[in-house]
Design a binder for this molecule. Sequence first.
Ligand code: PEP
Ligand code: MN
Length: 264
Amino acid sequence: LASRDFHPEDTVISIKGVDIGGKELVVMGGPCAVESAAQIDEIAGLVKAAGGQVLRGGAFKPRTGPYSFQGTGVEGLIMMAEAGKKHDLLTITEVMTPEYVDICAEYADILQVGTRNMQNFDLLRKLGECGKPVLLKRGFSATYDELLNAAEYILAGGNPNVMLCERGIRTFESYTRNTLDLSAIPVLQSLSHLPVISDPSHGTGRRELVEPMTKASVAAGANGLIIEMHTDPDNSMTGDGVQSLFPDQFANLLQDLEKLAPIV
Ligand code: PEP
Ligand code: MN
């Protein structure tokens, strides 16, 4: 079902007037984690003012260590839903377990599957029945074929609204946190009709690389971007402050993108 052979035309996912996978570029921006109501409200206002269409923020965080901040949970979902509604933005949040799919689907417009869960097949099956669009991140050691097979689980479960996301893979290079695989964008678009979103934040792990790799992703044909932005990245509650743009950098980047591709 994910294959272009089966479905030659591009899939366009329409959510409340925003088309993902069409001619326009879709920008999802926001913090790694929802930290407080005031934080997500302020950042939502900045995403909207910059021209973004979707507010990102994790309420349930997949942390490498069990003692790190694990997210604000259901309270965070509620805070983000309120900020999205107030600032007229769609929302996207990560869901980590099948048990939480229903509650995440109740509060968010798009559900994100993180890189560590790309082959959590029980989660993928449950997302096939959730009734909401899904952004499926590529596992950091997954091939294109494995990513497409993971998407297939969601599609086969009855959910046609899947976006693929390149977020960087693990290579021998240690200067960057991951290596953003730009080739994934045109390859996935040739193999599949599903929209392809690039995540230059996790794909590089370094703030100064987000701008050039965002532009490179657009040049490579990405249908959208998911970018971390924080008002106080040095004090962010996850380690992802080092890759988060400051609000003015985010706004300037989106202005530059208008020259490369129309934003909805
Ligand atoms: C995130 O989007 O904050 C995240 C945890 O992403 P990934 O699963 O790509 O590491
Ligand atoms: Mn993050």
